[in-house]
Design a binder for this molecule. Structure first.
Ligand code: ZN
Length: 274
């Protein structure tokens, strides 16, 4: 895990760090890949194309006032699951600004909605938050045993239609599903899935223990990264949690992530197949 201690104290030093890590073979211009590039803190200049461009804009930070040091500190703290108060100290951002940035960073992650999971799948549902405060949500989840990949989504209730709607989207028909013996799971064979039911009441947890483990990790994740659980932030939180599971490489250092965002800016999406 990359640490704040690796960062240079000033913004120019941080920009140099970004360029050295994102362009290990040397910085090139975005139009014709010229290497005749002049680096300034606010812009880059290609002396062959005779054009300037903004590297911040290429990473999706074009309209922000954040310095390069703030950008790197924000990404590093977020990747390291620091609490909002600690990220505020590291970046100097106000609380509302920080919350907006965290939401933006989450939205820039791959959402994993493109492909359904297949093969042997474990499914389960979990309740998050407290009903007493009208702040509770039900999350449905599916885990692919072969790859460990997960898909999570908020569902309105645990009725058969809601569960089947979730699986329609995230589980290929013909997959073998392991689930608890809840009434809404019993009909899954009729809609084209293989089904193995286990009865939690009799201490028969084995077949779904990996998806059960996802819930305890999600609970800890919410507690660690939010001041408190808020239903309205849940879709973004789920997207981030899911991306951390499915693409751990994106959370090891800030530069891998910036490279992905750089590609996205130029019109290629490396996540079309995930
Ligand atoms: Zn050029």
């Amino acid at each position: 895990m990359y640490s704040l201690l690796n960062l240079s104290g000033d913004s120019q030093g941080c920009l140099d760090l970004v360029i050295a890590n994102v362009y290990p073979d040397g910085l090139v211009c975005p139009w014709l890949l010229h290497s005749s590039v002049l680096v300034r803190e606010k812009y880059l200049w290609c002396s062959s194309c005779r054009r300037k461009w903004s590297l911040k804009r290429q990473f999706g930070f074009g309209f922000s006032k954040l310095s390069w040091r703030q950008i790197l500190a924000l990404i590093i703290c977020w990747q390291g699951k620091h609490a909002p108060g600690d990220i505020q100290i590291a970046t100097g951002l106000s609380y509302p600004t920080l919350q907006r940035w965290l939401e933006r960073l989450r939205r820039k992650l791959p959402d994993g909605k493109a492909a359904a999971l297949a093969g042997e799948l474990e499914i389960d549902d979990s309740f998050l938050g407290h009903q007493k405060h009208g702040n509770q949500a039900i999350v449905s989840g599916v885990l692919e045993r072969q790859t460990g990949a997960i898909r999570l989504a908020v569902i309105p209730d645990v009725a058969q239609d809601s569960i089947e709607g979730f699986l329609d989207r995230y589980a290929e028909v013909g997959s073998l599903i392991y689930a608890d013996a809840h009434a809404s799971h019993v009909g899954l064979e009729d809609v084209g899935y293989g089904l193995v039911l286990c009865n939690h009441d009799r201490g028969h947890f084995g077949p779904t223990n990996r998806i059960e483990n996802v819930w305890s990790c999600l609970d800890r994740f919410v507690i660690r990264t939010r001041d408190r659980f808020l239903k309205r932030f849940l879709p973004g939180v789920l997207q981030e949690f899911q991306a951390r599971r499915n693409h751990p490489e994106l959370f090891r250092d800030p530069f891998t992530l910036l490279k992905v965002w750089l590609f996205r800016f130029s019109g290629q999406n490396p996540f079309v197949n995930c």
